[in-house]
Design a protein around this ligand. Structure first.
Ligand code: PA5
Length: 410
């Protein structure tokens, strides 16, 4: 991972010291920090032991229990010959459930049910439906917190279980068993994924270049959060369509909070954009709209793809001959650089850049850990509890009350 454009130092030395002390303390208490160093042998062995006749894996989970694995899987799927296809059941939309099930041969499918709490309505509703179609225990594997109701149920009917590592929150769980097991089942190299994450961790905690980069970036966001309260991630590759959804959850659910030491509500609003498509839509708002957005470009250094625009000249379209012989990978990177330069010329739009090496597991591991660390740093600086989600919980409680009322009136 590289970065040509970065933010300048924004913290006083005592603020910086206090931030780094707090993050060091968090490292002891918050589980995600340790995930790059975990032993994955049990997960790898389990994935290898799954019957070779299983062609698809249905992953039932929502939010932090699905978005991470989906981001990695969809990133790699176009370039890697994966062993099994993953289908993500994350919606109670009946059309979506039925249309996905139609594509699956249940006899050749394994079902992974993922819920940290074990009582999430969406996940349980979909699980119950699929379980009513096939209740053989060997069809399922569950991932939940040790001792959750779901875990107890699995134990009682002899379904294989994995337990979520301690103190790992949903949206920070992609590098835990929550993300690693579905990815290993599909044939993703989870060791390489963690290696990428470990590289960023090492650089951050051992005074490498990532430390400066992230501390400066986090402090810029935090110090200017009242002005630039919208953070756009502009990823120049279709492979990152689901990565930006993961980012939106991580950023939004972690940073939109009441401050710990004041009565203020704060937050930074994440927007996920895909280039070059969004150059033809959202870009106008960035370029000429209210100056409340920062932009981070994500580019791929090497697409490892030689696809080229053919050398053909078309009558009346001779002016387009300048495209002849240009590789698509070259074109997309010229496009991101052109937009970046145009935005820089405006002079009052904060911009930075992340360049990942290629579409592979290690690059994705780097990106995931980079964003997790950045979220923790910003959360600390804007004085919120990055790891809870009372706003999401409130909706869950009301939904359960509504379902109870409905049952009573039946
Ligand atoms: O980040 C979070 O905590 C949430 O997005 C959860 O992951 C989501 O609500 C699903 O919860 P659970 O894994 O308990 O089913």
């Amino acid at each position: 991972m590289k970065s040509k454009l970065k933010f300048e130092e924004h913290l006083l030395s005592k603020e910086r010291k206090s931030l780094l002390e707090k993050i060091a303390k968090e490292q002891e208490e918050i589980g995600y920090y340790k995930l790059p160093d975990q032993d994955t042998s049990a997960i790898v062995e389990y994935a290898q032991s799954l019957d070779k006749s299983i062609e698809t894996v249905a992953v039932i989970g929502i939010g932090g229990s699905s978005l991470g694995a989906k981001a990695v899987y969809e990133f790699l799927k176009p370039v890697k010959k994966l062993q099994r296809r993953l289908y993500f059941f994350e919606s109670t939309d009946p059309i979506n459930i039925e249309s996905q099930l139609e594509k699956i041969d249940m006899e050749k499918c394994h079902v992974l049910v993922i819920s940290k709490s074990g009582t999430t309505v969406e996940t349980m509703a979909i699980f119950k439906y699929i379980y009513s179609l096939d209740s053989s225990s060997e069809r399922y594997t569950f991932i939940s917190e040790d001792g959750s109701k779901l875990d107890k149920f699995a134990k009682s009917v002899g379904i294989n279980r994995f337990h979520l590592q301690e103190s790992v929150g949903g949206r920070f769980s992609v590098l835990s068993v929550v993300g690693l097991l579905p990815l290993a089942l599909s044939g993703v190299d989870i060791v390489a994924l963690l290696r990428g994450a470990a590289k960023i961790k090492e650089s951050f905690f051992n005074d490498g270049y990532i430390k400066e980069l992230l501390v400066n970036k986090a402090s810029f966001y935090a110090k200017n959060h009242a002005i630039y309260n919208i953070n756009c991630l502009f990823a120049y590759s279709e492979t990152m369509r689901y990565f930006i959804q993961w980012y939106v959850q991580l950023w939004g659910e972690s940073l939109g909070k009441k401050q710990r030491n004041s009565a203020f509500n704060v937050g930074l609003t994440p927007i996920g954009l895909i280039g070059p498509k969004d150059q033809h839509s959202f870009l106008q708002l960035i370029m000429e709209g209210t100056r409340d957005k920062s932009i981070t470009f994500i580019e791929i250094a090497d697409f490892q793809n030689e696809l080229e625009i053919p050398d053909i000249s078309l009558e009346y379209l001779e002016e387009m001959d300048l495209l002849n012989g240009v590789k698509f990978s070259e074109l997309i990177s010229m496009q991101s650089q052109s937009v970046l330069e145009a935005l820089l010329e405006e002079g009052d739009i904060p911009i930075d850049e992340i360049i990942i090496d290629r579409v592979d597991e290690a690059s994705m591991g780097e990106l995931i850990y980079y964003y997790e660390l950045l979220t923790s740093l910003v959360g600390e600086l804007i004085d919120v509890n990055t790891y809870d989600q009372p706003g999401v919980e409130a909706g869950k409680i009301i939904l359960k009350e509504k379902l109870q009322q409905r049952k009573k009136s039946d």
